[in-house]
Design a protein around this ligand. Structure first.
Ligand code: TXA
Ligand code: MG
Length: 349
């Protein structure tokens, strides 16, 4: 593709400067691409109702056309522009969790470009809480289609630098509003099924959803992704969110994890390993590997989520043969952490 001049501009994370929002809006309204921070990860935005602009997202990311894109709105009133037959549960959940990291799957309105929904009958909609995202959607006066702003299959970006590393020369503009705080993507909740079903665990946890809707079906982790699951949410491919260095996910209770890591390193004396572990593991494991990425404390899974992708990207800058990553408890945001690690992993043991 033709190289573009990618501009990166600093913008205030909570009080975005109106002239910078206007600059980004002009790009969106001209059918171009703007990467911007959300509270979860950075998104790669285009006018969701402009078919040609949406196509550019797929091209820039090298994303296959079968993987649909989330439309971002800044008020629930805009839902009717995108979806039909919206169930009462959507209003109930939106009242509690919007703006925020929750995406609904709903039957799509006819005029929504089928490219956005990958030809499917449903549309994904989310109302983000990040002030820059909100200001941009409001100024653009259109829903903004935005997947995570990474190359397809790579780790999602949590900083403007990550976006630059993946997409420099392929998009018009990056708004640098500092780190994306949650660090893992939104929860994707399918409201077209009789029982609302979590397709992707994320920032709004199963526990939080069930407090509002008693009958939510939790995400079903499936080590061997079934064809059916791929059809329901095509983005949920087996290897995804992955660093370029192969990652092995180590499971079990702490002592098992330590044992497995020591054994694996001992079994491959000619290989270079990096570790992705928690603070509490350091004393046990610091002599086993040359590169160690600490994601936070086992007692603070929010912190682990916020550092997860950043740590993967940091480790992949070193000349390593493998990254060994520990696993985490799956309560709360832990379900999203474990899901991303599992998808990033070549091997789970
Ligand atoms: O936090 C987030 O959701 C971020 C920020 C930028 O908002 N966005 C994001 O988008 O993670 P993306 O495209 O990287 O992931 C969207 C996921 C994909 O797995 C996609 O397959 C799924 O949502 N999805 C989108 N539309 C869908 C639909 N109509 N039905 C089922 N799954 C859908
Ligand atoms: Mg993504």
């Amino acid at each position: 593709m033709v190289e573009k001049q990618t501009q990166i501009i600093s913008i205030h994370p909570t009080r975005p400067e109106p002239h910078l929002i206007a600059q980004a809006t002009a790009v969106i309204q001209a059918g171009g691409l703007v990467a911007f921070p959300t509270e979860t990860v950075y998104g790669l935005g285009a006018d969701a109702l402009n078919d040609t602009a949406v196509q550019k997202i797929f091209t820039a990311k090298q994303r296959p056309a079968y993987d649909p894109i989330i439309a971002h709105i800044n008020h629930i009133d805009q839902l009717d522009q995108l979806a039909i037959n919206v169930p009462d549960s959507a209003a109930l959940l939106a009242e509690k969790f919007w703006p925020g990291p929750l995406t609904f799957i709903l039957p799509k309105a006819e005029h929504v470009p089928s490219r956005l929904t990958a030809g499917g009958p449903t549309v994904a909609v989310r109302c983000p809480s990040h002030p820059i995202a909100r200001a941009l959607i409001q100024a653009a006066q259109t829903p903004i289609g935005a997947p995570s702003a990474n190359r397809f299959s790579h780790t999602s970006p949590t900083s403007a630098q990550h976006v630059w590393d993946d997409l420099n020369g392929r998009i018009e503009l990056i708004l640098d509003g500092g780190p994306a705080h949650i660090g893992v993507e939104s929860t994707v909740l399918d409201l077209t099924q009789a029982v609302p079903t979590i397709l992707r665990p994320g920032g709004i946890t199963f526990e939080m959803l069930t407090a509002v809707l008693p009958h939510v079906r939790p995400h079903q982790p499936n080590p061997k992704k079934s064809q059916k699951e791929v059809q329901i949410s095509p983005g949920l491919l087996e290897r995804h969110y992955a660093p370029s260095t192969p990652l092995w996910l180590v499971t079990g209770h702490n002592q098992e994890i330590y044992q497995k890591i020591r054994q694996t390193v001992a079994n491959h004396p000619d290989k270079k390993f990096g570790l992705m572990i928690a603070n509490e593991d350091l004393a046990e494991l610091q002599t086993t590997a040359s590169q160690i990425g600490i994601v936070g404390s086992l007692n603070d899974l929010e912190e682990v989520a916020s550092q997860l992708f950043q740590t993967m990207r940091q480790l992949e800058t070193h000349p390593l043969d493998f990254i060994l990553a520990r696993s985490y408890p799956t309560q709360g945001i832990g379900a999203a952490i474990q899901d991303r690690l599992r998808r990033a992993a070549d091997k789970v043991f």
